[in-house]
Design a protein around this ligand. Structure first.
Ligand code: AMP
Ligand code: GLY
Length: 507
C-alpha cells in the first residue's frame, strides 16, 4: 500500500456524510477533505464546496481542478443516476457501485427478481403494472367469512366466502348497494363463530375492508425512502394502490408496484464493503425508523441507532453472509453488473430465519454514524482497496465498546418544521469524552456584525446525530442522552428509548 497523500471528496450533506468526513480525516494519508455540499458540521470539521450531489459536471470539474484522489458517495440518488461511471470515464477514482449495480436500490422489482433468481430469502411477492390488477390481487386475498341475509330478503341462503371480493359480491347480492331499494334487509357476517349484523351495505363493506391482512406495497423506483406502505387491512392496501398507481404521489416510481407478504420479527441492518469479489461485513447495527417512543408514529429517515446488536450473533452474521451477501454479489456479477461499494441488507429476522426486506447500495443513515464510531481501522485504506479491487488485502479492526446515536429533530418533524433556529452548547458537548455530534440538517449563519463567529442553525428535520461510545450499551446510551439534553435549540426533541428497547416491526 502506497503512502501517497490524498485529497478526498465526500458527496452528500447529512449525518452519514459528516461521519464519513470525520472518520476519513483521521487517516494519516488524507491531506484535505471536501464535502459537497455538506452542512455546518462538515464546514467546521472539513471544507464544504457548494455543489449538489446530482450536479455531476460540477463535481467532476471540481475533482479535476483539486486533484481529488478518491470520491466517496453518500446518498443513493447520484449512484442510481450513474455518478460512478461519469467519474470513471474522466479517469477519477470513486467509491460506490455503477448505475447497473445500483439498480438493486433503484428498482425494487429488479432487486426482488434478483433475489428470487439467486435463492435469497425474501418475502413472497408479485409485480403489478396496473392499478386494477393490483386491486384485484388484494381483493382476492383469503378471508373466511360467511354471509347470510336477515330480515325481509328475497335471498335465503348462506354464502361462504373465501376472498374479500366474494364477500363484497355476496353483500351486494343481498343488499342493493344503493340501499334504498332493500328496506328492512340486513346482512349478517360470521367470522370465526362471531356474528355481526349490518343494516346497510356500506357498513357491511366497511367491515370487510377492515379485516386484518398482512400486505406490503412497494413503489418500484426511488421514492425518497417513503415508497413502502405496510398495510394492516384491505382498506389501507386499496388506498395505498390508489395513491401510488393512480394519484402517482411518487411520480414514475409508481409505474410498477410490488405487493408482498408482510413479515414479522426484529429488523437488523447488515452493511458490507465489497469490491465485487471480497465481501467484508461491518459490525451490526439497528436503526429506529418510527418517529416516537415505543415505535409509535410515522416512519422517518431514522431517529437513532446503536451498534453492535445482541441479536446479531456471529452465527447469524455468518448465515447472512452465506445466504444473502455472497449470493447477491455473485448474482450481480453473473448479470454483468459487478457491485463495488457498500451493500446494505435490511433484514427481518423471522421464525424461518433472516429474510431481506430491501437492499441499499450505500452506507445507511444513521447506522453509519454508530458503525464508524467503532471502526478502528483507517477507512481510507478500506474504501481505496474496494475501489481498486484489492479488498482481500484488508481486514477491519473494531472498538469492542458499543455506540449509540440519538437523533435530535426539529419541532414538527416528520411533518412541517421551521429552519434557522440557533443551536447552542455544541462546543460544551464536543468536550465530553467519547461523544461526537454529527450534523445532519444544519447550516452556518454568518452573523452580520463583523468579527462575530459564524453560528450553527437548524436547516432540516433531523438536525443532529448525538453519538457516544461507552463501556456498556447503557453507558453509551447515557452519554449520548446527556449530550443531547445539553444541546439546546427551540423546539428540539428526540426519542427517549434509543438503545433501551429494541425496535419492533410494525404490526
Ligand atoms: P424502506 O426502508 O423505506 O424501504 O422501508 C422499509 C421498511 O418497511 C422496513 O424497514 C420495514 O419496517 C418495512 N417493511 C418492508 N417490507 C416489509 C415486509 N415484507 N414486511 C414487514 N415490513 C416490511
Ligand atoms: N437507515 C435506513 C437507510 O439508510 O436507508
Amino acid at each position: 500500500m502506497g503512502v501517497k497523500a490524498l485529497k478526498v471528496l465526500v458527496i452528500g450533506k447529512g449525518g452519514r456524510e459528516h461521519a464519513l468526513c470525520w472518520k476519513l480525516k483521521q487517516s494519516p494519508r488524507v491531506t484535505s477533505i471536501y464535502c459537497a455540499p455538506g452542512n455546518a458540521g462538515t464546514a467546521l470539521d472539513v471544507q464544504n464546496v457548494a455543489i449538489e450531489p446530482t450536479d455531476f459536471r460540477g463535481l467532476v470539474q471540481f475533482a479535476k481542478r483539486e486533484g481529488i484522489g478518491l470520491a466517496v458517495v453518500g446518498p443513493e440518488e447520484p449512484l442510481v443516476k450513474g455518478i460512478v461511471e461519469v467519474f470513471q470515464r474522466e479517469g477519477l477514482r470513486i467509491f460506490g457501485p455503477r448505475r447497473e449495480a445500483a439498480e438493486l436500490e433503484g428498482s425494487k422489482v429488479f432487486a426482488k427478481d434478483l433475489m428470487r433468481q439467486a435463492g435469497i430469502p425474501t418475502a413472497d411477492y408479485r409485480v403489478f403494472r396496473s392499478a386494477p390488477d393490483a386491486e384485484h390481487f388484494a381483493l382476492s386475498r383469503e378471508v373466511a367469512l360467511t354471509v347470510r341475509s336477515r330480515g325481509r330478503s328475497s335471498l335465503r341462503h348462506t354464502l361462504h366466502c373465501r376472498t374479500a371480493a366474494e364477500t363484497l359480491e355476496a353483500i351486494d347480492r343481498i343488499m342493493d348497494p344503493r340501499e334504498m331499494l332493500s328496506p328492512g334487509v340486513q346482512v349478517e357476517i360470521e367470522e370465526r363463530g362471531q356474528k355481526r349484523v349490518f343494516s346497510t351495505a356500506a357498513e357491511a363493506r366497511d367491515f370487510v375492508l377492515g379485516r386484518p391482512l398482512g400486505l406490503v406495497l412497494k413503489a418500484d423506483g426511488l421514492a425518497a425512502g417513503k415508497g413502502v406502505f405496510v398495510c394492516d387491512n384491505l382498506r389501507q392496501a386499496l388506498d395505498g394502490i390508489d395513491q401510488i398507481m393512480v394519484r402517482r404521489i411518487f411520480g414514475q416510481a409508481g409505474d410498477c408496484l410490488i405487493i408482498e407478504e408482510r413479515l414479522d420479527g426484529q429488523e437488523l441492518s447488515v452493511l458490507a464493503v465489497t469490491d465485487g469479489r471480497t465481501i467484508i461485513p461491518l459490525e451490526s447495527s439497528q436503526d429506529y425508523k418510527r418517529a416516537y417512543d415505543h415505535d409509535e408514529g410515522p416512519n422517518t429517515g431514522g431517529m437513532g441507532a446503536y451498534s453492535p446488536t445482541p441479536i446479531a450473533t456471529p452465527e447469524l452474521m455468518e448465515q447472512v453472509e452465506r445466504e444473502v451477501l455472497v449470493p447477491a454479489i455473485h448474482a450481480l456479477k453473473r448479470a454483468r453488473r459487478p457491485f463495488r461499494g457498500v451493500l446494505y441488507a435490511g433484514l427481518m429476522l423471522t421464525n424461518q430465519g433472516p429474510k431481506v426486506l430491501e437492499f441499499n447500495v450505500r452506507f445507511g443513515d444513521p447506522e453509519t454514524q454508530v458503525v464508524l464510531m467503532r471502526l478502528k481501522s483507517d477507512l481510507l485504506e478500506v474504501l481505496e482497496a474496494a475501489a481498486d479491487e484489492r479488498l482481500d488485502t484488508v481486514s477491519l479492526h473494531w472498538d469492542r465498546r458499543p455506540a449509540v446515536t440519538v437523533v435530535m429533530a426539529s419541532e414538527g418533524y416528520p411533518g412541517h418544521y421551521e429552519r434557522d433556529r440557533l443551536i447552542q452548547n455544541l462546543e460544551a458537548v464536543e468536550r465530553m469524552p467519547d461523544v461526537k455530534v454529527f450534523h445532519a440538517g444544519t447550516t452556518l449563519r454568518a452573523e452580520a456584525a463583523p468579527g462575530r463567529e459564524a453560528r450553527v442553525v437548524t436547516d432540516g428535520g433531523r438536525v443532529l446525530n448525538v453519538t457516544a461510545l461507552g463501556e456498556t450499551l447503557a453507558e453509551a446510551r447515557n452519554r449520548a442522552y446527556e449530550a443531547a439534553r445539553t444541546i439546546k435549540f427551540p423546539g428540539a426533541w428526540f426519542r427517549q428509548d434509543i438503545a433501551a428497547a429494541t425496535p419492533r416491526s410494525r404490526r
